[in-house]
Design a protein around this ligand. Structure first.
Ligand code: CUK
Ligand code: CUA
Ligand code: CA
Length: 610
Protein backbone atom coordinates (compact mmCIF):
# COMPACT_ATOMS: atom_id res chain seq x y z
CA UNK A 1 0.00 0.00 0.00
CA UNK A 2 2.85 2.38 0.82
CA UNK A 3 4.00 2.35 -2.79
CA UNK A 4 0.65 2.46 -4.56
CA UNK A 5 0.59 6.14 -5.32
CA UNK A 6 4.22 6.11 -6.52
CA UNK A 7 3.01 3.69 -9.14
CA UNK A 8 0.04 5.90 -9.85
CA UNK A 9 2.15 9.01 -10.26
CA UNK A 10 4.70 7.21 -12.41
CA UNK A 11 1.95 5.80 -14.60
CA UNK A 12 0.33 9.19 -14.86
CA UNK A 13 3.09 10.52 -17.13
CA UNK A 14 3.26 7.42 -19.31
CA UNK A 15 -0.50 7.39 -19.79
CA UNK A 16 -0.39 10.97 -20.95
CA UNK A 17 2.30 10.12 -23.46
CA UNK A 18 1.15 6.72 -24.62
CA UNK A 19 -2.51 6.45 -23.77
CA UNK A 20 -3.98 3.30 -22.27
CA UNK A 21 -2.38 0.08 -23.40
CA UNK A 22 -5.08 -2.53 -24.10
CA UNK A 23 -2.77 -5.34 -25.34
CA UNK A 24 -1.96 -6.69 -21.91
CA UNK A 25 -3.03 -9.51 -19.64
CA UNK A 26 -6.27 -9.15 -17.72
CA UNK A 27 -4.39 -8.31 -14.56
CA UNK A 28 -2.35 -5.66 -16.25
CA UNK A 29 -5.45 -4.29 -17.89
CA UNK A 30 -7.16 -3.98 -14.58
CA UNK A 31 -4.11 -2.28 -13.09
CA UNK A 32 -3.87 0.06 -16.04
CA UNK A 33 -7.53 0.92 -15.71
CA UNK A 34 -7.09 1.67 -12.04
CA UNK A 35 -4.04 3.73 -12.79
CA UNK A 36 -5.69 5.59 -15.59
CA UNK A 37 -8.67 6.27 -13.48
CA UNK A 38 -6.52 7.61 -10.65
CA UNK A 39 -4.61 9.78 -13.07
CA UNK A 40 -7.78 11.01 -14.66
CA UNK A 41 -9.19 11.80 -11.26
CA UNK A 42 -6.46 14.37 -10.64
CA UNK A 43 -5.68 15.51 -14.18
CA UNK A 44 -6.93 19.00 -14.93
CA UNK A 45 -5.64 20.16 -18.33
CA UNK A 46 -3.81 23.49 -18.54
CA UNK A 47 -6.37 26.26 -18.86
CA UNK A 48 -9.10 24.28 -17.14
CA UNK A 49 -9.98 25.16 -13.57
CA UNK A 50 -9.98 22.93 -10.53
CA UNK A 51 -13.22 22.03 -8.76
CA UNK A 52 -12.04 23.15 -5.33
CA UNK A 53 -9.90 25.70 -3.61
CA UNK A 54 -7.89 24.11 -0.80
CA UNK A 55 -6.73 26.68 1.74
CA UNK A 56 -3.91 25.26 3.84
CA UNK A 57 -2.53 26.96 6.91
CA UNK A 58 1.18 27.54 6.47
CA UNK A 59 2.22 26.79 10.06
CA UNK A 60 5.50 28.52 10.84
CA UNK A 61 5.49 30.04 7.36
CA UNK A 62 2.91 32.41 8.83
CA UNK A 63 0.76 32.27 5.73
CA UNK A 64 -2.02 30.42 3.92
CA UNK A 65 -1.33 28.34 0.82
CA UNK A 66 -3.93 28.04 -1.92
CA UNK A 67 -3.95 24.82 -3.93
CA UNK A 68 -6.33 23.69 -6.65
CA UNK A 69 -8.03 20.34 -6.08
CA UNK A 70 -7.97 17.76 -7.59
CA UNK A 71 -4.90 18.81 -9.62
CA UNK A 72 -2.93 19.68 -6.45
CA UNK A 73 -1.53 22.70 -8.31
CA UNK A 74 -0.10 25.43 -6.11
CA UNK A 75 -1.97 28.66 -6.91
CA UNK A 76 -0.97 31.30 -4.38
CA UNK A 77 0.51 32.09 -1.01
CA UNK A 78 -1.33 34.61 1.13
CA UNK A 79 1.27 36.15 3.45
CA UNK A 80 -0.30 37.10 6.77
CA UNK A 81 2.06 37.19 9.73
CA UNK A 82 5.32 37.37 7.75
CA UNK A 83 6.57 39.90 5.21
CA UNK A 84 6.75 38.80 1.57
CA UNK A 85 8.96 41.19 -0.36
CA UNK A 86 7.86 39.74 -3.69
CA UNK A 87 4.30 40.79 -2.98
CA UNK A 88 5.27 44.05 -1.29
CA UNK A 89 3.62 42.70 1.85
CA UNK A 90 4.83 44.18 5.15
CA UNK A 91 8.40 44.43 3.83
CA UNK A 92 8.75 48.22 3.93
CA UNK A 93 8.68 49.62 7.47
CA UNK A 94 6.85 52.69 6.14
CA UNK A 95 4.05 50.73 4.46
CA UNK A 96 0.49 50.25 5.64
CA UNK A 97 0.75 46.47 5.67
CA UNK A 98 3.93 46.62 7.75
CA UNK A 99 2.42 49.06 10.24
CA UNK A 100 -0.73 46.95 10.65
CA UNK A 101 1.26 43.78 11.27
CA UNK A 102 3.96 45.33 13.47
CA UNK A 103 1.33 47.03 15.64
CA UNK A 104 0.10 43.57 16.72
CA UNK A 105 3.40 41.78 17.34
CA UNK A 106 6.41 40.27 15.60
CA UNK A 107 6.90 39.87 11.86
CA UNK A 108 6.35 36.13 11.83
CA UNK A 109 3.66 33.77 12.94
CA UNK A 110 2.52 30.18 13.25
CA UNK A 111 -0.79 29.68 11.45
CA UNK A 112 -2.80 26.59 12.36
CA UNK A 113 -6.52 26.70 11.73
CA UNK A 114 -8.16 28.19 8.65
CA UNK A 115 -11.87 28.79 9.23
CA UNK A 116 -14.41 29.74 6.53
CA UNK A 117 -17.44 31.92 7.06
CA UNK A 118 -20.84 30.27 6.64
CA UNK A 119 -24.40 31.33 5.88
CA UNK A 120 -27.24 28.87 6.61
CA UNK A 121 -24.76 26.09 7.28
CA UNK A 122 -22.92 26.51 3.99
CA UNK A 123 -19.60 28.08 3.18
CA UNK A 124 -20.43 31.49 1.74
CA UNK A 125 -17.01 32.39 0.33
CA UNK A 126 -16.70 35.72 2.13
CA UNK A 127 -14.09 35.38 4.86
CA UNK A 128 -11.31 33.16 6.06
CA UNK A 129 -10.04 33.48 9.61
CA UNK A 130 -6.75 32.09 10.87
CA UNK A 131 -4.83 32.06 14.14
CA UNK A 132 -1.19 32.75 14.99
CA UNK A 133 -0.45 30.35 17.80
CA UNK A 134 2.97 31.81 18.57
CA UNK A 135 1.95 35.43 19.03
CA UNK A 136 -1.71 35.18 20.01
CA UNK A 137 -3.19 36.83 16.98
CA UNK A 138 -6.13 36.24 14.69
CA UNK A 139 -6.36 37.48 11.09
CA UNK A 140 -9.25 37.84 8.69
CA UNK A 141 -8.72 37.30 4.96
CA UNK A 142 -11.05 38.88 2.42
CA UNK A 143 -11.79 36.15 -0.12
CA UNK A 144 -12.65 38.73 -2.79
CA UNK A 145 -8.97 39.60 -3.00
CA UNK A 146 -7.26 36.83 -1.00
CA UNK A 147 -5.58 39.54 1.08
CA UNK A 148 -5.47 40.27 4.79
CA UNK A 149 -8.28 42.57 5.87
CA UNK A 150 -7.66 42.59 9.63
CA UNK A 151 -5.16 41.40 12.24
CA UNK A 152 -5.65 41.71 16.00
CA UNK A 153 -3.84 40.62 19.12
CA UNK A 154 -5.96 38.59 21.55
CA UNK A 155 -5.32 39.74 25.13
CA UNK A 156 -5.03 37.57 28.25
CA UNK A 157 -4.07 34.28 26.71
CA UNK A 158 -1.01 32.49 25.38
CA UNK A 159 -0.77 29.94 22.59
CA UNK A 160 -3.86 31.09 20.67
CA UNK A 161 -4.45 27.70 19.13
CA UNK A 162 -7.90 26.29 18.43
CA UNK A 163 -9.99 28.59 16.25
CA UNK A 164 -13.56 28.24 15.07
CA UNK A 165 -16.55 30.36 14.21
CA UNK A 166 -19.66 30.36 16.36
CA UNK A 167 -22.46 28.73 14.38
CA UNK A 168 -24.87 29.29 12.84
CA UNK A 169 -24.52 33.10 13.05
CA UNK A 170 -20.74 33.43 12.63
CA UNK A 171 -20.93 36.57 14.76
CA UNK A 172 -17.90 35.48 16.77
CA UNK A 173 -14.73 33.65 16.04
CA UNK A 174 -13.36 32.09 19.19
CA UNK A 175 -9.80 31.17 19.98
CA UNK A 176 -8.33 28.90 22.64
CA UNK A 177 -5.44 29.73 24.95
CA UNK A 178 -3.42 26.53 24.98
CA UNK A 179 -0.64 27.75 27.28
CA UNK A 180 -1.47 28.66 30.87
CA UNK A 181 -0.43 31.97 32.49
CA UNK A 182 -1.41 34.39 35.19
CA UNK A 183 -2.93 36.98 32.85
CA UNK A 184 -4.48 38.95 35.70
CA UNK A 185 -1.35 39.37 37.81
CA UNK A 186 1.57 38.71 35.45
CA UNK A 187 3.11 36.56 38.18
CA UNK A 188 5.23 33.43 37.79
CA UNK A 189 3.13 31.64 40.38
CA UNK A 190 1.85 28.45 38.74
CA UNK A 191 -0.90 28.20 41.35
CA UNK A 192 -2.45 31.20 39.62
CA UNK A 193 -2.17 29.82 36.11
CA UNK A 194 -5.35 29.84 34.07
CA UNK A 195 -6.31 29.71 30.48
CA UNK A 196 -9.07 31.34 28.49
CA UNK A 197 -11.25 31.01 25.45
CA UNK A 198 -11.67 34.39 23.77
CA UNK A 199 -14.73 35.42 21.75
CA UNK A 200 -13.87 37.92 19.05
CA UNK A 201 -16.20 39.99 16.93
CA UNK A 202 -15.85 38.09 13.67
CA UNK A 203 -15.55 41.26 11.61
CA UNK A 204 -13.48 43.69 13.72
CA UNK A 205 -11.62 40.91 15.62
CA UNK A 206 -12.05 42.91 18.84
CA UNK A 207 -12.14 40.55 21.82
CA UNK A 208 -15.67 40.93 23.21
CA UNK A 209 -15.31 38.63 26.23
CA UNK A 210 -13.36 35.65 27.51
CA UNK A 211 -14.15 32.65 29.66
CA UNK A 212 -11.24 31.69 31.92
CA UNK A 213 -10.61 28.45 33.79
CA UNK A 214 -7.92 26.29 35.37
CA UNK A 215 -6.34 24.03 32.76
CA UNK A 216 -5.99 24.62 29.04
CA UNK A 217 -7.91 24.52 25.77
CA UNK A 218 -6.57 22.96 22.61
CA UNK A 219 -8.76 22.44 19.53
CA UNK A 220 -12.03 24.31 19.00
CA UNK A 221 -15.31 23.57 17.26
CA UNK A 222 -18.83 24.93 17.38
CA UNK A 223 -22.20 23.29 17.81
CA UNK A 224 -24.55 24.14 14.96
CA UNK A 225 -27.46 25.64 16.91
CA UNK A 226 -26.02 28.69 18.68
CA UNK A 227 -25.75 27.14 22.12
CA UNK A 228 -22.47 25.38 22.90
CA UNK A 229 -18.98 25.65 21.57
CA UNK A 230 -16.48 22.91 22.39
CA UNK A 231 -12.78 22.58 23.09
CA UNK A 232 -10.55 19.69 23.93
CA UNK A 233 -8.51 20.19 27.11
CA UNK A 234 -5.45 18.00 27.56
CA UNK A 235 -3.94 19.69 30.59
CA UNK A 236 -6.73 19.52 33.16
CA UNK A 237 -3.84 18.73 35.51
CA UNK A 238 -2.69 22.37 35.09
CA UNK A 239 0.80 20.90 35.04
CA UNK A 240 3.94 22.55 33.75
CA UNK A 241 5.84 19.40 32.73
CA UNK A 242 4.94 16.89 30.05
CA UNK A 243 4.93 14.14 32.70
CA UNK A 244 2.52 16.19 34.76
CA UNK A 245 0.23 16.74 31.79
CA UNK A 246 -0.34 13.01 31.36
CA UNK A 247 -0.98 12.19 35.00
CA UNK A 248 -4.75 11.85 34.78
CA UNK A 249 -6.43 9.01 32.95
CA UNK A 250 -9.11 11.36 31.80
CA UNK A 251 -9.03 14.96 30.68
CA UNK A 252 -11.97 16.79 29.19
CA UNK A 253 -13.92 18.36 26.44
CA UNK A 254 -15.13 21.74 27.63
CA UNK A 255 -18.52 22.99 26.49
CA UNK A 256 -19.15 26.72 26.78
CA UNK A 257 -22.75 27.87 26.90
CA UNK A 258 -22.40 30.99 24.78
CA UNK A 259 -25.82 32.59 25.46
CA UNK A 260 -25.16 32.10 29.20
CA UNK A 261 -21.73 33.72 28.85
CA UNK A 262 -23.30 36.67 27.01
CA UNK A 263 -25.85 36.99 29.80
CA UNK A 264 -23.09 36.96 32.42
CA UNK A 265 -21.31 39.76 30.58
CA UNK A 266 -24.55 41.77 30.36
CA UNK A 267 -25.07 41.29 34.11
CA UNK A 268 -21.54 42.41 34.94
CA UNK A 269 -20.40 39.00 36.24
CA UNK A 270 -16.83 39.45 35.05
CA UNK A 271 -13.46 40.94 35.87
CA UNK A 272 -11.96 43.35 33.42
CA UNK A 273 -8.43 42.34 32.46
CA UNK A 274 -6.58 44.44 29.91
CA UNK A 275 -9.86 46.00 28.86
CA UNK A 276 -11.62 42.67 28.21
CA UNK A 277 -14.50 41.28 30.32
CA UNK A 278 -13.26 37.93 31.64
CA UNK A 279 -15.81 35.48 33.08
CA UNK A 280 -14.24 33.16 35.64
CA UNK A 281 -15.94 29.86 34.96
CA UNK A 282 -16.13 28.99 38.69
CA UNK A 283 -18.27 32.06 39.34
CA UNK A 284 -20.91 31.43 36.66
CA UNK A 285 -22.29 27.89 37.07
CA UNK A 286 -23.08 26.24 33.74
CA UNK A 287 -20.94 28.53 31.62
CA UNK A 288 -18.31 25.79 31.27
CA UNK A 289 -19.20 22.11 31.44
CA UNK A 290 -16.34 19.61 31.54
CA UNK A 291 -17.08 16.32 29.80
CA UNK A 292 -14.56 13.63 30.81
CA UNK A 293 -12.76 11.95 27.89
CA UNK A 294 -9.66 9.73 27.84
CA UNK A 295 -6.22 11.13 28.50
CA UNK A 296 -4.97 14.12 26.50
CA UNK A 297 -7.49 14.40 23.69
CA UNK A 298 -6.66 16.46 20.63
CA UNK A 299 -9.04 17.05 17.70
CA UNK A 300 -12.56 18.17 18.34
CA UNK A 301 -15.15 18.12 15.56
CA UNK A 302 -18.92 18.46 15.43
CA UNK A 303 -20.70 16.21 12.94
CA UNK A 304 -22.31 17.98 9.95
CA UNK A 305 -25.82 17.36 11.37
CA UNK A 306 -24.79 19.01 14.65
CA UNK A 307 -25.71 15.95 16.72
CA UNK A 308 -22.33 14.84 18.04
CA UNK A 309 -18.98 16.17 19.12
CA UNK A 310 -16.10 13.83 18.31
CA UNK A 311 -12.99 14.13 20.48
CA UNK A 312 -9.96 12.29 19.10
CA UNK A 313 -8.11 10.36 21.77
CA UNK A 314 -4.46 11.05 20.81
CA UNK A 315 -2.99 8.96 23.66
CA UNK A 316 -6.06 6.74 23.64
CA UNK A 317 -6.92 4.69 20.50
CA UNK A 318 -10.51 5.91 20.71
CA UNK A 319 -12.75 8.69 19.53
CA UNK A 320 -15.25 9.89 22.13
CA UNK A 321 -18.71 10.50 20.71
CA UNK A 322 -20.47 13.14 22.79
CA UNK A 323 -24.09 14.17 22.39
CA UNK A 324 -23.82 17.86 21.44
CA UNK A 325 -27.02 18.72 23.32
CA UNK A 326 -27.04 16.56 26.48
CA UNK A 327 -23.21 16.72 26.72
CA UNK A 328 -23.09 13.00 27.57
CA UNK A 329 -20.54 10.62 26.11
CA UNK A 330 -22.51 7.97 24.26
CA UNK A 331 -19.79 5.84 22.69
CA UNK A 332 -16.03 5.50 22.60
CA UNK A 333 -15.15 3.41 19.53
CA UNK A 334 -11.58 2.25 18.99
CA UNK A 335 -10.16 3.50 15.70
CA UNK A 336 -6.39 2.98 15.85
CA UNK A 337 -3.21 4.45 17.30
CA UNK A 338 -2.75 8.19 17.76
CA UNK A 339 -6.12 9.56 16.59
CA UNK A 340 -5.71 13.33 16.06
CA UNK A 341 -8.47 14.84 13.93
CA UNK A 342 -11.74 13.74 12.38
CA UNK A 343 -13.58 14.91 9.27
CA UNK A 344 -16.76 13.90 7.44
CA UNK A 345 -18.41 12.89 4.21
CA UNK A 346 -22.10 13.29 3.30
CA UNK A 347 -22.96 9.65 3.99
CA UNK A 348 -22.61 9.42 7.76
CA UNK A 349 -18.96 8.44 7.81
CA UNK A 350 -16.15 9.90 9.85
CA UNK A 351 -12.50 9.91 8.77
CA UNK A 352 -9.97 10.03 11.57
CA UNK A 353 -6.25 10.70 11.16
CA UNK A 354 -4.01 8.24 13.00
CA UNK A 355 -0.64 9.83 13.67
CA UNK A 356 1.08 6.74 15.03
CA UNK A 357 -0.42 4.29 12.54
CA UNK A 358 0.12 6.71 9.60
CA UNK A 359 -3.39 5.97 8.41
CA UNK A 360 -6.74 7.51 7.69
CA UNK A 361 -9.50 5.35 9.11
CA UNK A 362 -13.03 5.58 7.76
CA UNK A 363 -15.75 4.60 10.19
CA UNK A 364 -19.52 4.77 10.34
CA UNK A 365 -20.79 7.01 13.13
CA UNK A 366 -24.23 5.46 13.71
CA UNK A 367 -22.84 1.92 13.62
CA UNK A 368 -20.21 2.90 16.20
CA UNK A 369 -22.91 4.38 18.43
CA UNK A 370 -25.02 1.24 18.15
CA UNK A 371 -21.99 -0.89 18.94
CA UNK A 372 -22.16 -2.79 15.64
CA UNK A 373 -18.86 -4.62 15.16
CA UNK A 374 -18.38 -3.57 11.53
CA UNK A 375 -18.28 0.19 12.17
CA UNK A 376 -14.75 0.40 10.68
CA UNK A 377 -15.32 0.75 6.92
CA UNK A 378 -11.81 1.12 5.54
CA UNK A 379 -8.21 2.13 6.30
CA UNK A 380 -5.64 3.64 4.01
CA UNK A 381 -1.92 4.22 4.58
CA UNK A 382 -0.59 7.77 4.31
CA UNK A 383 3.00 9.01 4.17
CA UNK A 384 3.79 9.75 6.91
CA UNK A 385 2.44 10.59 10.36
CA UNK A 386 -0.70 12.47 9.50
CA UNK A 387 -1.83 15.43 11.59
CA UNK A 388 -5.02 17.04 10.36
CA UNK A 389 -7.23 15.55 7.74
CA UNK A 390 -10.05 17.44 6.10
CA UNK A 391 -12.72 16.50 3.59
CA UNK A 392 -14.30 18.99 1.18
CA UNK A 393 -17.03 21.02 2.84
CA UNK A 394 -16.66 19.09 6.08
CA UNK A 395 -16.79 22.03 8.51
CA UNK A 396 -20.15 23.10 7.07
CA UNK A 397 -23.46 21.28 7.40
CA UNK A 398 -23.14 20.03 3.81
CA UNK A 399 -19.92 18.08 3.18
CA UNK A 400 -19.23 17.27 -0.47
CA UNK A 401 -18.10 13.69 0.09
CA UNK A 402 -15.63 13.44 -2.78
CA UNK A 403 -12.17 14.59 -1.68
CA UNK A 404 -10.12 14.42 1.45
CA UNK A 405 -6.67 15.86 2.17
CA UNK A 406 -4.28 14.13 4.52
CA UNK A 407 -1.81 16.66 5.95
CA UNK A 408 1.22 14.59 6.77
CA UNK A 409 3.98 15.71 9.08
CA UNK A 410 6.84 13.80 7.43
CA UNK A 411 7.55 13.11 3.77
CA UNK A 412 10.79 11.11 4.19
CA UNK A 413 11.57 9.74 0.71
CA UNK A 414 8.42 10.95 -1.06
CA UNK A 415 10.11 13.69 -3.09
CA UNK A 416 13.52 14.55 -4.53
CA UNK A 417 16.01 14.68 -1.65
CA UNK A 418 16.89 18.27 -0.78
CA UNK A 419 19.02 17.88 2.32
CA UNK A 420 18.22 16.58 5.78
CA UNK A 421 14.97 18.53 5.90
CA UNK A 422 12.31 17.42 3.44
CA UNK A 423 9.20 19.27 2.29
CA UNK A 424 5.93 18.72 4.08
CA UNK A 425 3.60 16.32 2.36
CA UNK A 426 -0.08 16.30 1.63
CA UNK A 427 -1.96 13.46 0.01
CA UNK A 428 -5.21 13.68 -1.88
CA UNK A 429 -7.63 10.85 -1.19
CA UNK A 430 -10.65 9.98 -3.29
CA UNK A 431 -13.45 9.24 -0.81
CA UNK A 432 -16.29 9.09 -3.32
CA UNK A 433 -16.44 5.29 -3.15
CA UNK A 434 -16.70 2.74 -0.37
CA UNK A 435 -12.92 2.31 -0.37
CA UNK A 436 -10.60 5.27 0.02
CA UNK A 437 -7.89 5.73 -2.57
CA UNK A 438 -4.76 7.88 -2.37
CA UNK A 439 -4.48 9.45 -5.83
CA UNK A 440 -1.77 12.11 -5.47
CA UNK A 441 0.85 13.55 -3.17
CA UNK A 442 2.02 17.15 -3.20
CA UNK A 443 4.72 18.92 -1.22
CA UNK A 444 4.53 22.33 0.41
CA UNK A 445 6.54 24.65 2.63
CA UNK A 446 6.56 24.07 6.38
CA UNK A 447 4.16 23.28 7.80
CA UNK A 448 0.51 22.96 6.99
CA UNK A 449 -1.57 21.97 9.99
CA UNK A 450 -5.10 22.20 8.77
CA UNK A 451 -6.97 22.91 5.56
CA UNK A 452 -10.40 23.80 4.28
CA UNK A 453 -11.75 22.95 0.86
CA UNK A 454 -14.43 25.08 -0.73
CA UNK A 455 -16.03 24.47 -4.12
CA UNK A 456 -14.87 26.75 -6.90
CA UNK A 457 -18.48 27.57 -7.74
CA UNK A 458 -19.01 28.99 -4.24
CA UNK A 459 -15.96 31.19 -4.26
CA UNK A 460 -15.03 32.17 -7.78
CA UNK A 461 -17.88 34.64 -8.26
CA UNK A 462 -16.77 36.60 -5.21
CA UNK A 463 -13.24 37.06 -6.47
CA UNK A 464 -12.74 40.52 -7.95
CA UNK A 465 -10.85 41.17 -11.17
CA UNK A 466 -9.33 44.48 -10.13
CA UNK A 467 -9.39 46.62 -7.02
CA UNK A 468 -12.03 49.30 -6.82
CA UNK A 469 -10.43 52.73 -7.02
CA UNK A 470 -10.01 53.93 -3.47
CA UNK A 471 -10.72 57.55 -2.49
CA UNK A 472 -6.96 57.93 -2.03
CA UNK A 473 -6.22 56.78 -5.59
CA UNK A 474 -3.99 58.96 -7.71
CA UNK A 475 -5.69 59.66 -11.04
CA UNK A 476 -4.00 59.72 -14.41
CA UNK A 477 -2.93 63.29 -15.16
CA UNK A 478 -3.19 64.31 -11.51
CA UNK A 479 0.24 63.11 -10.45
CA UNK A 480 2.06 65.64 -8.32
CA UNK A 481 4.82 66.27 -5.84
CA UNK A 482 3.74 68.21 -2.75
CA UNK A 483 6.31 69.67 -0.37
CA UNK A 484 5.68 70.73 3.17
CA UNK A 485 8.94 71.60 4.92
CA UNK A 486 11.01 68.41 4.91
CA UNK A 487 7.99 66.24 4.13
CA UNK A 488 7.49 65.39 0.50
CA UNK A 489 4.44 63.58 -0.83
CA UNK A 490 4.79 61.97 -4.22
CA UNK A 491 1.50 61.10 -5.92
CA UNK A 492 2.47 58.62 -8.62
CA UNK A 493 0.64 56.44 -11.12
CA UNK A 494 1.79 53.44 -13.04
CA UNK A 495 0.42 51.82 -16.17
CA UNK A 496 2.09 49.80 -18.95
CA UNK A 497 4.81 50.81 -19.06
CA UNK A 498 5.50 54.01 -17.28
CA UNK A 499 5.72 55.57 -13.85
CA UNK A 500 4.50 59.18 -13.68
CA UNK A 501 6.46 61.07 -12.50
CA UNK A 502 9.52 59.46 -14.00
CA UNK A 503 11.60 61.69 -11.81
CA UNK A 504 11.24 63.53 -8.52
CA UNK A 505 13.67 65.51 -6.50
CA UNK A 506 14.11 65.80 -2.76
CA UNK A 507 16.59 67.14 -0.26
CA UNK A 508 18.73 64.78 1.75
CA UNK A 509 16.89 63.95 4.96
CA UNK A 510 13.42 64.62 3.56
CA UNK A 511 10.67 62.27 4.61
CA UNK A 512 9.15 60.92 1.41
CA UNK A 513 5.62 59.54 1.31
CA UNK A 514 4.98 57.68 -1.91
CA UNK A 515 1.35 57.26 -2.97
CA UNK A 516 1.41 54.82 -5.87
CA UNK A 517 -1.72 53.90 -7.80
CA UNK A 518 -1.86 51.22 -10.45
CA UNK A 519 -4.35 52.70 -12.91
CA UNK A 520 -4.62 49.53 -14.98
CA UNK A 521 -8.17 48.22 -15.43
CA UNK A 522 -7.07 44.80 -16.60
CA UNK A 523 -6.83 41.79 -14.29
CA UNK A 524 -3.35 40.49 -13.53
CA UNK A 525 -1.49 43.65 -14.66
CA UNK A 526 0.48 44.10 -11.49
CA UNK A 527 3.36 46.55 -11.38
CA UNK A 528 6.02 46.78 -8.74
CA UNK A 529 8.30 49.58 -7.67
CA UNK A 530 11.71 48.71 -6.29
CA UNK A 531 13.84 51.66 -5.21
CA UNK A 532 17.52 50.87 -5.51
CA UNK A 533 19.60 51.05 -2.34
CA UNK A 534 16.62 52.15 -0.29
CA UNK A 535 15.31 48.67 0.42
CA UNK A 536 11.84 49.51 -0.87
CA UNK A 537 9.72 47.11 -2.89
CA UNK A 538 6.07 47.81 -3.51
CA UNK A 539 3.66 45.69 -5.53
CA UNK A 540 0.48 47.28 -6.80
CA UNK A 541 -2.26 45.18 -8.29
CA UNK A 542 -4.69 46.73 -10.79
CA UNK A 543 -6.67 49.53 -9.15
CA UNK A 544 -4.71 49.42 -5.91
CA UNK A 545 -3.08 52.37 -4.17
CA UNK A 546 -0.25 51.80 -1.74
CA UNK A 547 1.40 54.26 0.61
CA UNK A 548 5.00 53.91 1.67
CA UNK A 549 7.05 56.33 3.75
CA UNK A 550 10.84 56.49 4.00
CA UNK A 551 13.62 59.00 4.67
CA UNK A 552 15.79 59.99 1.72
CA UNK A 553 19.01 59.88 3.70
CA UNK A 554 21.47 59.11 0.90
CA UNK A 555 22.61 61.72 -1.64
CA UNK A 556 22.60 60.98 -5.35
CA UNK A 557 20.58 59.30 -8.05
CA UNK A 558 18.38 56.35 -7.12
CA UNK A 559 16.43 54.54 -9.78
CA UNK A 560 13.07 52.97 -9.18
CA UNK A 561 12.07 50.26 -11.59
CA UNK A 562 9.15 47.94 -12.18
CA UNK A 563 9.60 44.48 -10.64
CA UNK A 564 6.76 42.68 -12.45
CA UNK A 565 7.44 41.90 -16.11
CA UNK A 566 4.51 43.77 -17.60
CA UNK A 567 5.20 44.49 -21.27
CA UNK A 568 7.90 44.67 -23.91
CA UNK A 569 8.82 48.02 -22.30
CA UNK A 570 9.00 46.55 -18.80
CA UNK A 571 12.72 47.23 -18.47
CA UNK A 572 12.19 50.80 -19.57
CA UNK A 573 9.53 51.24 -16.89
CA UNK A 574 11.73 53.13 -14.45
CA UNK A 575 12.39 56.54 -12.99
CA UNK A 576 14.76 58.44 -10.75
CA UNK A 577 14.68 59.87 -7.27
CA UNK A 578 17.28 62.65 -7.18
CA UNK A 579 18.48 63.37 -3.66
CA UNK A 580 20.21 66.73 -3.48
CA UNK A 581 22.01 68.50 -0.64
CA UNK A 582 19.88 70.58 1.70
CA UNK A 583 19.46 74.06 0.22
CA UNK A 584 19.93 72.99 -3.41
CA UNK A 585 17.33 74.12 -5.91
CA UNK A 586 14.79 71.42 -6.76
CA UNK A 587 13.17 70.79 -10.11
CA UNK A 588 9.39 70.36 -9.76
CA UNK A 589 8.83 68.51 -13.06
CA UNK A 590 6.11 65.90 -12.81
CA UNK A 591 4.86 65.04 -16.30
CA UNK A 592 6.75 63.13 -18.95
CA UNK A 593 10.34 64.31 -19.06
CA UNK A 594 10.80 66.16 -22.38
CA UNK A 595 14.17 66.51 -24.02
CA UNK A 596 14.41 70.16 -22.95
CA UNK A 597 13.45 69.38 -19.40
CA UNK A 598 15.75 66.41 -19.42
CA UNK A 599 18.58 68.62 -20.62
CA UNK A 600 17.79 71.06 -17.84
CA UNK A 601 17.35 68.52 -15.12
CA UNK A 602 20.44 66.49 -15.83
CA UNK A 603 22.69 69.42 -16.63
CA UNK A 604 22.51 69.26 -20.43
CA UNK A 605 24.25 65.93 -20.82
CA UNK A 606 22.79 64.15 -23.87
CA UNK A 607 22.76 60.43 -24.35
CA UNK A 608 25.29 59.22 -26.88
CA UNK A 609 22.48 57.35 -28.66
CA UNK A 610 20.57 60.53 -29.51
S1 CUK B 1 -2.99 21.16 15.74
CU1 CUK B 1 -1.38 20.69 14.28
S2 CUK B 1 -1.94 18.57 13.84
CU2 CUK B 1 -2.41 23.12 15.73
CU3 CUK B 1 -4.63 21.69 14.63
CU4 CUK B 1 -3.52 18.97 15.36
CU1 CUA C 1 5.37 47.47 -14.95
CU2 CUA C 1 6.98 45.94 -15.40
CA1 CA D 1 -3.78 15.33 30.71
Amino acid sequence: MKTTHFVILASFASILLAGCNSDTTAKKEKEAAQNKSAAERVYVPPGKLDDYYALLSGGQSGSVFVFGIPSCRFIKEIPIFEPRAALGYANNPGSETYKRLAATGPLWGDTHHPVLSQTDGRYDGHWLWINDKANDRVAKIDLRTFEVAEIKLVPNLQGAHGLATYLPSCKYVFVNGELETDAAGNSTDMEKYRSAIAFLDAQTLETKFEVSFVGNADIATSGKDGRYVFSTMYNTENAVSSEGMIERDRDAVGAIDVPLAEKAVAEGKFTKINGVPVIESEKVPGVLTLIPVPKNPHGCNVTPDGKYVLASGKLSPTVSIIDAHTLRTIAEPEVGLGPLHTTFDNRGNAYTSLFVDSQIVKWNIEKAIKGEPDYIVDRVDVHYNVGHTKAAGADSSYPNGDWLISLNKLSKGMFLPVGPAMPESQELIDISGEKMRVVAAFPSLPEPHDAVMIPRTTLENHVVQTYEQQPTAVKLGEEKVVRNGNKVEVYMTCIRSKFVPEQFEVHQGDEVKLHLTNVETVRDMTHGLALSRYGINVAVDPGLTTETTFVADKLGTYWYYCTWFCSALHLEMRGRMLVKPVGAELNETVGPITKAEKAGSVGGKESSFE
